[in-house]
Write a protein that binds this ligand. Structure first.
Ligand code: ADP
Ligand code: MG
Length: 697
């Protein structure tokens, strides 16, 4: 149960003084969730993005142009508008004149605010117009009492339409007043060394900044709260993990005989990175801890074989293995790759997707349930309720970020003590991997299999599309195969589709029936047929929406054209480019862009031209976009941080990780003195799963 000390923070924000029903609704829209209103806590953690410094109090003549000043002036003349012009109020001090300008303003209101002959403080942006100093719509017009209440720095919050800054600031102030006295949960020595303030004081300082620097994300007030957030996350990751391991360990022993047979059937030798990953996985499988390992490796780095060898290991230990892929195309392709290798080693393997005929499906279900099948490859059809395994030992999940947490967990729960191997071709920068997966083990394939040719990448303006098409015509004559990726269209899948259909039509004017089309709304069978035609060379140009992004393997394809490349993210462009350069022929990638390019878009295309190293691209992506977007909405299950920014706070992350590790080693159930205080932190950052486990334990 949540300690009652925290109750005020979980009360609805609408109950705060000064928040009426209208503001309450706006706050819900800004900070609530579909199933719960905005709470006091949400307001507290909704921190300002920046601040307006209102401390400068210059004389009129000294007010810097283009900056915000707060100036004491005497009102000398009112000039109501003639025709459509603005209302002007002339003011002065002993050093000069300042004209206040109001567009479409109510004359009575202005006369009341700025009575003739009186002095007032005006605060706002000072500009120069025809050599006259002016202030258009002062932000504040105050008398002496008003000035005394003016905050030195006015916080700027993220807003929603209809919610005014001052209303939100007032609500935030009300929320601060509800913050209870909380004990300090940070390690005493560490805390003193940092010079941080308490949780409450840090929040107060951010909502009532004294200088604009107070609001710097690198500054100590933000840092304190970012650390709190990171620590709560690290603690919860470790708590969840520790419980999972205790519950589910079982060693899987193999002497590698099966793996040897598979290796002998392979037309190539493993790269050093592959061999290392296999060794790491085997050690995990053999240990009595439950494996939770992420295998990351760029497109084409050869993750599939590694997964197969892991499967061989568990099968030799007497268990079954499942490989789940996010799309039908990919599942079929994996099956086609694995089948001959598995069969060469004497293993039984089946495919399961949402499209199997009833009889096929029944046979597969039976084979899995009675243990006759060693391996099943499939889509999320594998986690349907009626799928049962005799003795599942390994759940391998390809492109794991494409699945929701539930689906990922569900496959692992189809057996007892199931080891999990997650795979991703979207390399995650180290800092992110740490943050999102905690101490989930990581194996990386950095080295590409030998014999790969570099991909010639060029950015070309869409104005030169005719030249590009002419170039394709020449290449196709010499046997090349081409992917043509259509842009993401803002708004809907329908518009994506329309763009692809139009482009296919266009290209058919040049290449006739050699042009195929594949998109996300096609029926599975049609999609396969289109891929199949392309793979066999019946079609030479495959126009596609981004459905080809993940994992598709046609080694003969050597050219990829990406239309409106500026609309894609860096990681996605890299994934798309990875569709070519899979065979021994030289490949090229044409990034068609529509200018003018923004700075970030230009940087993205530049990086792609420079490197093919997915790990480096991931780091650059993080630098260009910040952490929130790198994993994107698709990375479901990844916690979004409200405060911490991994691009700015990597040392805090490392510190939080070490802190959590040490703490839990000494106090695994958070029952010690600091542990009990840290439970408050877990509540504040709503690490509910961890809290549930603590309760159960
Ligand atoms: P990904 O990591 O993108 O899933 P794949 O497993 O599909 O990569 O492998 C890409 C291609 O590289 C496949 O054709 C595979 O057979 C080949 N391959 C994998 N490992 C090696 C290796 N050690 N040497 C040569 N080719 C390899
Ligand atoms: Mg793959």
């Amino acid at each position: 149960m949540r300690p009652s000390l925290l109750d005020p923070l979980f009360a609805s924000a609408s109950a705060l003084p000064g928040v009426g029903p209208k503001t309450g609704k706006l706050l819900d829209r800004l900070l609530g969730e579909p199933d719960r209103p905005a709470r006091t806590l949400d307001l507290l953690l909704h921190l300002p993005l920046s601040g307006i410094d209102r401390r400068a109090r210059p004389k009129v003549a000294e007010a810097p142009i283009g900056a915000v000043s707060t100036i004491k002036v005497r009102v000398t003349e009112h000039r109501p508008p003639r025709g459509k012009g603005p209302y002007r109020v002339l003011t002065e001090d002993e050093t000069g004149d300042l004209t206040l300008i109001f567009f479409r303003a109510n004359a009575n209101w202005i006369e009341k605010l700025l009575p003739l002959g009186e002095t007032r403080w005006v605060s706002g942006l000072v500009e120069l117009f025809d050599a006259y100093r002016q202030m258009v719509h002062p932000d504040r017009i105050l008398d002496e009492a008003g000035l005394a209440a003016l905050p030195p720095v006015e916080p700027i919050y993220g807003l929603t339409e209809g919610l005014f800054p001052r209303v939100l600031a007032k609500a935030a102030a009300g929320a601060l007043a509800r913050l209870p006295q909380l004990p300090e949960w940070q390690d005493e020595k560490f805390f003193r060394a940092t010079g941080w303030l308490s949780f409450g004081e840090s929040l107060a300082r951010l909502h009532h900044p004294q200088t604009p620097q107070d609001l710097a994300p690198e500054g100590k007030f933000f840092a304190r709260l970012a650390y709190d957030e990171l620590l709560s996350h690290q603690l919860s990751l470790r708590l969840v993990r520790a419980k999972a391991q205790v519950l589910r360990g079982r060693p899987q022993i193999s002497d590698g005989a099966l793996a040897k047979r598979i290796l002998a059937a392979l037309p190539f030798a493993l790269t050093d990175d592959q061999a290392k990953a296999v060794a790491e996985i085997s050690a995990d499988l053999a240990s009595d801890k439950r494996m939770l390992r992420l295998l990351q490796g760029d497109v084409g780095s050869g993750k599939t074989v590694v997964a197969l060898l892991a499967m061989a290991h568990v099968i030799e230990a007497g268990r079954q293995a499942a490989l789940m892929a996010p799309t039908e195309i990919l599942a079929r392709q994996h099956f086609a790759t694995l089948k001959p290798l598995a069969e060469a080693a004497g293993l039984t393997i089946a495919l399961m997707t949402g499209r199997d005929k009833a009889a096929e499906r029944r046979a597969t279900l039976e084979g899995l349930a009675n243990g006759a099948l060693d391996i099943v490859v499939g889509t999320h059809a594998l986690v349907q309720e009626d799928v049962a395994f005799a003795r599942l030992g390994l759940a391998a999940i390809d492109e794991q970020h494409r699945f929701g947490v539930h689906q990922r967990l569900a496959l692992g729960e189809k057996g007892e003590a199931v080891d999990v191997l997650a795979m991703t071709a979207t390399p995650i920068p180290r800092t992110l991997a740490l943050a999102y997966f905690g101490d989930m083990e990581l194996s990386s394939l950095r080295e590409k299999p030998p014999g790969r040719q570099p991909i010639d990448t060029r950015a070309i303006s869409v104005e030169r599309i005719d030249e590009v098409v002419a170039g394709l015509a020449r290449a196709i004559k010499t046997g090349a195969r081409v992917y043509w990726v259509c842009p993401l269209v803002e708004g809907s899948e329908d518009s994506d589709l329309a763009a692809a259909q139009d482009r296919a039509e266009d290209l058919r004017k040049f290449f006739g029936a050699q042009v195929g089309l594949v998109h996300g709304q096609m029926k599975g069978r049609d999609k396969d047929a289109a891929m199949e035609d392309f793979s066999r060379g019946v079609t030479k140009v495959l126009v596609a929406t981004t459905v080809i992004e993940v994992g598709v393997n046609v080694p003969e394809a050597t050219i990829i054209v990406i239309e409106h490349a500026e609309r894609f993210g860096l990681a996605q462009l890299h994934q798309l480019r990875g569709r070519v350069g899979r065979g021994s022929e030289k490949s090229s990638c044409v990034l068609l862009y529509a200018g003018p390019l923004g700075e970030t878009a230009r940087a993205r295309l530049e990086i792609l031209r420079e490197t093919e190293d997915g790990f480096r691209i991931a780091e650059e992506d993080l630098r260009l976009r910040g952490e929130g977007e790198v994993l994107g909405a698709r990375q479901s299950g990844a916690p979004g941080f409200k405060i911490a920014r991994l691009d700015l706070h990597p040392d805090l992350l490392r510190a939080a990780r070490d802190d959590a590790e040490k703490l839990l080693a000494a106090d695994p159930d958070l029952t010690g003195e600091r542990g009990r205080k840290l439970r408050l932190l877990l509540y504040l950052f709503e690490r509910d799963t961890a809290l549930r486990l603590l309760r159960a334990g």
